[in-house]
Design a protein around this ligand. Structure first.
Ligand code: HEM
Length: 128
């Protein structure tokens, strides 16, 4: 069921559904399984961090204490065009789990953060 409101529970639903899609994507999945693993035990800390991250972004809570730029800079370089796929899957999932206004709240923020990350990673590629 699509939610009109954004709550901790709807964030968990969105995050779980999003990474299920990511893991079915032939190009994104290997990047995530190489960094995180394939088992539920390996994934649950990542998912918990992502609940906290999106709770911070969408609801303004302050549980997330990670550094997304550093985390992505530490990954083996990948094709930055994949950000478009990531964003498309995220937007699709946001609309599947939330009513349009709430979905847009996530999508606008995802684009802004993705642009930042992509820029940071592109600078590294340029100076490598
Ligand atoms: C093609 C694009 C992307 C790829 C391949 C990617 C891949 C990954 C991987 C593999 C990790 C796990 C790193 C680790 O635990 O060692 C990660 C962490 C994370 N990603 Fe992404 N990501 C992408 C885009 C994004 C975007 C657009 C956002 C936000 C809107 C995002 C937010 C995060 C956050 C918050 C973490 C956790 C950082 C931490 O633990 O401090 N990612 N990403």
């Amino acid at each position: 069921m699509k939610s009109a409101a954004i709550t901790e529970e709807t964030i968990r639903t969105l995050v779980d559904a999003f990474y299920a899609k990511v893991l079915k994507d032939p190009d994104l999945a290997p990047i995530f399984t190489a960094a995180i693993g394939t088992t539920q035990e390996e994934w649950s800390p990542h998912l918990a961090r992502m609940y906290d991250f999106w709770s911070g972004v969408a609801l303004g809570t302050a549980r997330f204490d990670g550094n997304p730029m550093r985390a992505h800079l530490q990954l083996p370089p990948f094709d930055l065009a994949l950000f478009d796929r990531w964003l498309a899957l995220f937007a699709q999932t946001a609309h599947e789990t939330h009513e349009p206004e709430a979905a847009e709240h996530f999508i606008v923020r995802s684009r802004r953060i993705a642009d930042n990350l992509r820029r940071g990673l592109a600078e590294r590629t340029a100076s490598a």
